[in-house]
Design a protein around this ligand. Structure first.
Ligand code: XIL
Length: 317
């Protein structure tokens, strides 16, 4: 039994969880995270972001990221590496720097080359670019887009491919889990990178959902089909399904079926390679810190006890 074992039995590569360095001193938490029956893959929630890995220009720091990479290796779990080019958790020297097209391309390539080379051979996948789109599918007006234009995306993918030819290279975003302008935008990015002649292997669907308003299974199935028709794989990379607190038995039951439907959508597409939840216990979820009054988004409660959502995921796998 277990989530990862069930996923693998049905032909998927992994079921996994995000984690973060401060939590790893919690022994019961670490023991469950390391259970490969449930988790065959982990993602560092913060440790590989630009502000962690290159806090000042050309000074690289891999301590926290290495802890998570070493844990994955010790446990025999795949590592999803997250993330190289993103507008958030970006140090001020990048976001508020004085750049020209040429100097920002050079700084971005230097970042990607250093980080990807450091983790070469350890990452199943890299989220090369994260959240590059607005809700209407246009490009987010971040420093990279402002300075370089849309070419920053294929340039980033080409640099990552050069540094680790074996890592799967992903575009990752939220609100792209059902058909619509933003998913169409993600598909446009796939085609852009392909037309540039650079490698892109996958699209990551974050799937930060809300109980009761999760996209339907059929909408998710159609959406995955549209993306994989472009010749790339897909994965659910940051799945959680939050609710307005306090939770009730009815909300927890609905959460369970919402998890089941999303997991089943991945199962229905042979190119959906795996599912990652954005940590596994409500004890360490990012949700309450970001969405006031909301939480209880994960399949284990804050006491590390399985919620109805666990059985829902298992039923969807
Ligand atoms: C979140 C982390 O979980 C938090 O600890 C941090 O404070 C903010 O970022 N989309 C992403 C993730 O791609 O990197 C974010 O992670 C959640 C939203």
């Amino acid at each position: 039994a277990g989530l990862h074992n069930a996923a693998v039995a049905k032909g998927k590569l992994y079921f996994g969880s995000a984690t973060d360095n401060p939590e790893l001193t919690d022994a019961p938490y670490l023991a469950q995270l390391s259970s490969t029956e449930d988790f065959g893959q982990i993602t560092p929630g913060n440790a590989q972001k630009w502000d962690s890995t290159e806090p000042s220009q050309n000074t690289f720091s891999y301590t926290n990221g290495d802890v998570v990479a070493d844990l994955a290796a010790a446990n025999g779990q795949k590592l999803r590496c997250h993330t190289l080019v993103w507008h958030s958790q970006l140090p001020n020297w990048v976001s508020s720097g004085t750049w020209t097209n040429a100097t920002l391309i050079a700084a971005m390539k230097n970042h990607i080359t250093n980080v990807v080379t450091h983790y070469k051979g350890k990452c199943y996948a890299w989220d090369v670019a994260n959240e590059a789109l607005n809700e209407d599918g246009t490009y987010r007006d971040n420093v990279f887009y402002q300075t370089i234009g849309e070419a920053y995306l294929p340039i980033a993918f080409a640099a990552a491919a050069a540094a680790d030819p074996d890592a799967k290279l992903y575009y990752n975003d939220y609100n792209i889990e059902s058909p619509g302008a933003k998913s169409t935008g993600a598909q446009r990015i796939v085609k852009l990178v392909q037309q540039y002649g650079a490698k892109i292997d996958g699209v990551g669907l974050q799937a930060h959902f809300i109980v009761g308003s999760t996209p339907s299974q059929s909408a998710q199935v159609s959406n995955l089909a549209a993306i994989t028709a472009l010749g790339v794989e897909v994965a659910y990379t940051e799945l959680d399904i939050r609710m307005t607190l306090p939770s009730t038995a009815a909300l927890l039951t609905k959460q369970s079926s919402d998890y089941q439907n999303t997991v089943a959508a991945c199962m229905a597409n042979a190119k959906c390679v795996g599912i990652t939840i954005w940590d596994y216990t409500d004890k360490y979820s990012w949700i309450p810190n970001t969405f006031a009054g909301q939480g209880d988004a994960l399949p284990w409660d804050a006491n590390l006890v399985k919620k109805p959502a666990y059985a829902g995921i298992l039923a969807g796998l």
